[in-house]
Write a protein that binds this ligand. Structure first.
Ligand SMILES: [Zn+2]
Length: 154
């Protein structure tokens, strides 16, 4: 999926988390969006990889794209690292955003190695091509939904 789709999913995940946990909206959304972009740090041409090339290039060379960073283990590690660092208020929404990235990539033909170190890639029965009209449409629907939710008083 494209970064815009990952960010949209992250925003929706953060909004959902803040609503369910009755927490502060902005920190949850920011953490969830950050989490939604983090798995693609293993790709030097990703949005995050272009901003952190000193991390993404070595990571891509060692583990490749859609390796460990696209696994449930990495999601749990993200949650644990933030929690242990004392960022308990944003750990769960960040992990939820991270998980949203895996879910989105699961919907692509390449799938994700959810159970890494097993290299088997899992993908949805029906997949979407990154950058396709379906990918863009999903992003648009998510952004519209998030905007609607934020515009309606609760
Ligand atoms: Zn990805």
């Amino acid at each position: 999926m494209m970064a815009v789709t990952h960010v949209a999913l992250g925003a929706v995940a953060g909004i959902g988390w803040a609503a369910l946990a009755e927490g502060a909206l902005l920190p949850a959304v920011v953490a969830s969006i950050a989490g939604s972009l983090l798995p693609d740090i293993d790709h030097p041409k990703s949005w995050l990889g272009r901003r952190l090339p000193f991390v993404s290039w070595p990571l891509a060379a060692v583990v490749g794209h859609r390796g460990i960073t696209h696994s449930l283990l990495a999601t749990v590690a993200c949650l644990a690292l933030l929690w242990e660092a004392g960022h308990t208020a944003v750990a769960a929404p960040a992990a939820l955003g991270y998980l949203s990235h895996l879910a989105a990539d699961w919907c692509t033909h390449g799938g994700v190695p959810l159970l890494w170190p097993s290299l088997k890639h899992y993908h949805a029965p029906v997949t979407v091509r990154t950058g396709s009209i379906a990918d863009l449409s999903l992003a648009a629907v998510l952004w519209l939904g998030a905007g609607w939710y934020l515009a309606v008083p609760h």
